[in-house]
Write a protein that binds this ligand. Structure first.
Ligand code: SF4
Length: 504
């Protein structure tokens, strides 16, 4: 029961498939609209919201500017608190560390609290190869796991599923992996949550090893922080004997005080709540209380690559609130799977290319998965200028393809434009030809824009077919500006509009 993003198609093809799914679009529009409205209401209550955003951004930026120093400090304080710190350069190293710890304790299963870092590295699949089962305990993650599905939202991974679909999944799948769902299960949210609680409780009580992520890691005190809504995190962090936390290196916050703006920004931006129900903090091992063996895996996996990018490094400020997803007109229509990554939406469109690098069809397509409307920047609690990074990455993608033997349609069009515009005679010839095309379209064309102007229908050919398949291309003017200027001496001798034939 584990699906994977590996081998997903590039964004345009994946998005086309998602757009054809009307149930998915309905579920997404309903869910994102509800969270968006809740967020807007609670954010409006905070008069100094913009100051809070500036403070949150400053805390995260100060951590990134001096990341090496803060990470060494974090290792020192965690170790002093009794935790064991591991460093993982990539997914393979991190997975091997977690599997080794589980094997050392003869564990054939682990319980997990939702952790994007472990999804990013494919931990569940890696543990399964070692014969270790990983149980997701977050309700939405459980739905995704039981449904052999993929997460499609940072905060609400099963956002693409409605209540009836969830009931079916529970009835069909729970019995095969533990306590079955009650036969009279309804699709009432409270009833579904109750069934999940019963199903998970036995796993919490049985597991020797738990795996978590962390929202923040405080260097000053060696404290990890998990923010969640269901209490499953609290169970994972306290019941098992061994706790392994896989933490991206960008999660470091220099001081305890620095948590203040972040913990105020996060719940309002993510779930639209004034305060989140559970904030768990743990600083290593406390004798006789909670896990007696604590491991922290500090994960790079492309983060230092992103850090090296002057414009893109701001993406590492992300606190995974998902506000940018809920306001994004592209995400709302295609959902998360189209981004081919555990990080979807506007932040995924920049984070994936920054961490993995551009140069393959999947990451090259993501910076274009945006209308650049800027709504994501407006809502981002740590002021990540996502449109700026998108444009920067588009330039990188274009530069990366300059040497292609077969140029892309866009590059060929630009080369054609440069060839035409660099010579006055060529330009005059093209203007004449386009004027003739305009006359022909006006006389014989069947497509008309509002107001009556003629337009080209669908034009065949690479690039042109896709472009004109979704847009109207107005007929070119029958006379170019330069020709009109010559004929009328700059408008002094003739005021007739050659398009309409009317005097101005
Ligand atoms: S980029 Fe900003 S708005 Fe989007 S998930 Fe990250 S913190 Fe939230």
């Amino acid at each position: 029961m584990s699906a994977t993003f590996v081998g997903m198609p590039a964004f345009p093809s994946a998005a086309r498939a998602a757009l054809a799914d009307t149930q998915l679009r309905h579920n997404l529009a309903h869910a994102t609209g509800t969270i968006r409205d809740k967020r807007a209401r609670v954010v409006a209550e905070v008069e100094e919201w913009e100051d809070l955003r500036l403070a949150g951004a400053a805390v995260k930026q100060s951590a990134l500017v001096d990341l090496d120093r803060h990470l060494v400090r974090l290792e020192e304080t965690l170790t002093a608190n009794g935790a064991t710190v591991h460093w993982a350069r990539d997914a393979a190293e991190a997975n091997a560390i977690v599997a080794r710890i589980a094997r050392d304790h003869d564990a054939d299963e682990v319980v997990k609290v939702k952790s994007m870092a472990t999804q990013e590295i494919g931990l569940n699949e890696a543990l399964a190869e070692e014969g270790i089962l990983a149980w997701e305990t977050d309700l939405a993650e459980l739905i995704v796991q039981l449904g052999d599905d993929l997460p499609s939202h940072i905060l609400v991974p099963a956002i693409h599923r409605n209540r009836a679909e969830i009931r079916e999944i529970f009835l069909r799948e729970m019995a095969g992996v533990g306590r079955p769902a009650p036969a009279d299960l309804t699709d009432e949210p409270a009833v579904l949550a109750g069934a999940a609680r019963e199903h998970l409780r036995e796993k919490f009580l049985r597991a020797k090893v738990a795996v978590s992520g962390a929202n923040f890691a405080v260097a000053e005190t060696g404290t990890l922080v998990v923010v969640e809504s269901e209490g499953n995190g609290r169970m994972c962090l306290t019941l098992p004997e061994v706790l392994v936390s896989v933490v991206g290196i960008e999660k470091v916050v220099p001081t305890w005080e620095g948590l203040d703006p972040l913990l105020r920004l996060l719940p309002r931006s993510s779930t639209g709540e004034r305060m989140n129900p559970y904030t768990s903090t743990w600083s290593g091992v406390t004798p006789g209380d909670g896990p007696q063996e604590v491991h922290v895996v500090l994960l790079d996996n492309g983060r230092t690559r992103a850090l090296a990018d002057d414009v893109g490094r701001q993406a590492l400020r992300c606190i995974r609130c998902s506000a940018c997803l809920n306001v994004c007109p592209v995400y709302e229509r295609v959902g998360g799977h189209a981004y081919g990554s555990v990080y979807p939406g506007p932040i995924g469109a920049i984070l994936n290319p920054l961490m993995k690098g551009t140069g393959d069809p999947q990451t090259d397509s993501l910076p274009y998965a945006s209308s650049l409307c800027g709504a994501c920047f407006e809502v981002c609690p740590v002021r990540i200028d996502i449109p700026e990074v998108l444009v920067h990455l588009r330039a990188e993608v274009v530069d990366g393809h300059r040497g292609d033997r077969v140029p892309k349609a866009e590059a060929a069009a630009m080369a054609g434009a440069a060839w035409t515009l660099s010579d006055a005679r060529r330009l005059a010839w093209v203007e004449k030809a386009s004027g003739l095309a305009g006359r022909a379209l006006t006389r014989f064309g069947r497509t008309r824009l509002p107001g009556g102007r003629a337009a080209a229908g669908r034009i065949p050919g690479p690039g042109a077919a896709a472009w004109t398949g979704a847009r109207d291309l107005p007929a070119p003017p029958r006379e170019s500006f330069r020709a009109w200027w010559r004929r009328t001496d700059g408008g002094r001798t003739d005021h007739t509009d050659t398009e309409t034939g009317e005097g101005s």
